[in-house]
Design a binder for this molecule. Structure first.
Ligand SMILES: C[S@@+](CC[C@H](N)C(=O)[O-])C[C@H]1O[C@@H](n2cnc3c(N)ncnc32)[C@H](O)[C@@H]1O
Length: 405
């Protein structure tokens, strides 16, 4: 056996009985077995040597593997090791060539089998070690969700979150220890849920039902301004939609939202795809706190907030694929810092409202090129007994792309 290759065996709650012959063979050939204590206890006998994961695991993992180098290591994982599992972590750490993965059905597969739900039509969200607020991005009328829980309190947390979003009548099915003899199923309604799960190995299936207060939000940019908490310092809905179209988020890309105000641009960038990342930089402490609250309420708690004055606050941040400058455009060195940090092929969009920021944009365009547009929005509003157009302040948008290398 090539001891450089670590075998990762997916195991279900039923343990040894549910393993394929291939997986049993791998476990018999192991010289050392890694896993959490619950998983290790599922393998009968005292052989081979067992090592329970330390906590926290990630910082210890490379050293642990090094310590057992030269021996046949088998790692136990729950269900499918490549689905929110240790297999993915090992693939990232060692490279795919150094792992051999023997999967077991994932817990969402087992849940969909029990419920008769097509797995390809549900949104699966993990709240294991992550904020439950990520659910806010996927709650929508009629949608089916599967939430990977973290401990017995998970159904109470999920029920409260759904009720808070106006989806209190949603139906919840709490499935515990799927596949084991002690498997349990509890049924109920989100707004009435008070019971902890029967076991920490829990998964919550949700059928989203809106109540009278639900305000479902589209995934496309240009959400209504009142979807965000703000103090007036917000890029308005129509201008935001155009701004996001120019920023053009792609999955996996990182945005800097400089002078982020309410965070609306960073948040809509992150909502564009679960792999889109954003850092919001804001010098007002109150607004910075509001950005975190808005990001959670809109389902993207992963938006990182940097409280500080740009350009200094930009030092040390990972290089962005796109930059939006919504505030601080005239601060000395700010635009230059953003341009230098931008990756080749990246986009920079700056919105200007004042003469001073327009002058900065015009001057920068002379050296860097790019496109200038001006967006003016007028809203029909009452005027006496009639209706008239009320113009908002026009916004100049400068978009420039850095040459690819
Ligand atoms: C017009 S608002 C941006 C609105 C934002 N795009 C939104 O949709 O909520 C400008 C923001 O930039 C912030 N700001 C201005 N200069 C800054 C600087 N040098 N560093 C960080 N933030 C700055 C202000 O506090 C303000 O919140």
């Amino acid at each position: 056996m090539d001891t450089r290759v670590i075998t990762v065996v997916g195991i279900g709650a039923e343990g040894w009985d549910g393993l394929t012959e291939n997986s049993r063979e791998a476990l018999r050939a192991a010289e050392v077995l890694f896993g959490n204590q619950r998983q290790l206890d599922l393998v009968p006998g005292d052989e081979p040597e067992r090592v329970a994961w330390p906590s926290p695991l990630l910082p210890e993992l490379p050293g642990l593997i090094e310590r057992y180098e030269g021996r046949a290591i088998v790692v136990l994982a729950s269900g499918d090791p490549m689905f929110h599992g240790i297999g993915s972590t090992l693939a990232g750490l060692l490279g795919p060539d150094r792992i051999r993965v023997l999967p077991h059905p994932s817990s969402p597969s087992l849940a969909c089998a029990r419920l008769g739900w097509p797995l390809d039509r549900v949104d699966v969200v993990s709240i294991v070690g992550r904020p439950a607020a990520a659910l806010n991005a996927v709650v929508a009328p009629g949608r089916r969700l599967i939430v990977l829980g973290a401990g017995k309190e998970a159904p109470i947390i999920v029920g409260a979150l759904l009720a808070g979003r106006g989806f209190g009548p949603s139906r919840m099915t709490v499935l515990c220890d799927l596949g084991a003899v002690e498997e349990t199923v509890q049924l109920g309604v989100a707004e009435e849920w008070t019971e902890p799960a029967a076991s920490p190995l829990t998964l919550i299936a949700v059928e989203c039902v809106p109540g009278p207060d639900a305000a479902p939000l589209a995934r496309t940019p240009g959400l209504p301004d009142d979807a965000f908490e703000h103090d007036g310092q917000i890029t308005k809905s129509e201008v935001r939609a155009v701004t996001l179209s120019r920023l053009a988020p792609l999955p996996g890309e990182l945005l800097w939202d400089v002078g982020a105000g309410s965070g609306s641009v960073a948040i809509e960038w992150a909502r564009a795809h679960p792999a889109c990342e954003a850092i919001a930089i804001e010098n007002s402490p109150n607004r910075a706190e509001r950005i975190s609250a808005n990001a959670a309420a809109l389902g993207v708690p992963r938006v990182q907030v940097v409280k500080g004055e740009a350009p200094d606050a930009l030092d040390g941040l990972p290089e962005p694929d796109a930059v939006f400058i919504g505030g601080g455009l005239t601060a000395p060195g700010l635009l230059e810092h953003c341009w230098d940090a931008l990756k080749p092929g990246g986009r920079l969009v700056a919105n200007a409202v004042t003469l001073e920021s327009e002058a900065k944009v015009a001057e920068s365009r002379r050296s860097l090129g790019g496109e200038l547009i001006r967006v003016g929005v007028e809203r029909a509003a009452p005027l006496g007994g009639f209706t008239a157009w009320r113009p908002a302040m026009p916004v100049t948008l400068w978009t420039v792309r850095k040459d690819p290398e």
